[in-house]
Design a protein around this ligand. Structure first.
Ligand code: CP
Length: 309
């Protein structure tokens, strides 16, 4: 049983919680590869997907996971809602909950929005990304994909490259990988690496070649221009020249590393197509594993909710 009734972030869950999610996801991965992909586990459970920010992978992945578990699903997108007419977050969510919703999956631009909601409403909350803070299901599917590829996370060396400062994926990955025994470094321009990172036990490398020579796995992130109020790099072209991962850089290493990317990819900036689509890349495995991981999280939170009822 999970230790918490919500999944607000990776920072506050235990290694045992992560292990339980992985074990459950392994079983659901087998289910979704069968001809009949649906199980009745969440029958009579209603899930609301509330997206106050854009999403492709996370939103579709959660909706598929919910439908594979036979949940009743309602979708809300801020762009076409009464939020545009001035309604508060709490009013919006309370109105949706009056329709008897059990689990809320939410993406919101404000760090801590999920924590705030969890203190005011009765549903279980899953964080599908809160601003630059956390993206826990992305970190779980990333760590699960590494473990699937390499057989273990213990002592695996992972470098996270790119815009660390604005990345919720980076922070959740750091917490998740460290809890599971991996070693983590970050690499990027000094302006995009927060000064406090060494306090989290994370190594910092500013030279992409040295970072790739050190690691077993490189998780490559995009530059989040939409979150940058000032210029942190001279141009995307220069970023690509100094920090972009291309085939010649990979071929110059004396080993074969695993390539990951959470998406969306900006091809030709942080990663070239011949790397993203290479046999070293597990980017589409990450997407496939996302459904199994989200099924596991939904199933385990529903189980916890039923126990507390
Ligand atoms: N990885 C990820 O969060 O992608 P989306 O923004 O498309 O959901």
């Amino acid at each position: 049983m999970l230790s918490s009734p919500h999944l607000l972030g990776i920072k506050n869950i235990t290694k045992e919680d992560i292990q339980l999610i992985f074990n459950t996801a392994e079983q659901f991965k087998e289910v979704i590869n069968r001809p009949i992909k649906k199980v009745p586990s969440l029958r009579d459970t209603t899930v609301a997907n509330l997206f106050f920010e854009n999403s492709t992978r996370t939103r579709i992945s959660f909706e598929l996971a919910e439908k594979r578990l036979s949940a009743d699903v309602v979708n809300f997108s801020a762009a076409s809602s009464s939020v545009k007419k001035g309604e508060t977050l709490l009013d919006t969510v309370n109105n949706i909950l009056s329709m008897k919703v059990d689990i809320v999956v939410m993406r919101h631009p404000a760090p801590g929005a999920h924590h705030f909601l969890s203190q005011h409403i009765d549903a279980s909350i899953i964080n599908a990304g809160d601003g630059t803070h956390e993206h826990p299901t992305q970190a779980l599917l990333d760590a699960f994909s590494i473990r699937e590829k390499l057989g273990t996370l213990q002592d695996v060396k992972v470098v996270i490259c790119g815009d660390i400062k604005h990345s919720r994926v980076a922070l959740s990955n750091i917490f998740c990988l460290q809890k599971m025994g991996a070693k983590v470094k970050v690499c990027g321009p000094p302006t995009l690496i927060p000064k406090h990172l060494p306090e989290l036990g994370v190594g910092v490398e500013y030279d992409i070649k040295k970072a790739l020579e050190w690691c077993d796995v490189a998780n490559i992130l995009r530059i989040q221009l939409e979150r940058q109020d000032i210029k942190y790099i001279p141009s995307l072209r220069e970023y690509g020249l100094y920090f972009g991962v291309d085939k010649s850089l990979l071929d110059s290493l004396d080993k074969e590393i695993v390539i990951m990317h959470p998406g969306p990819i900006n091809r030709g900036v942080e990663i070239t197509s011949d790397v993203a689509d290479s046999k070293q890349s597990i980017i589409l495995d990450q997407v496939e594993n996302g459904v199994a991981i989200r099924m596991a999280v939904l199933y385990l939170l529903a189980e916890k909710r039923n126990q507390n009822a």
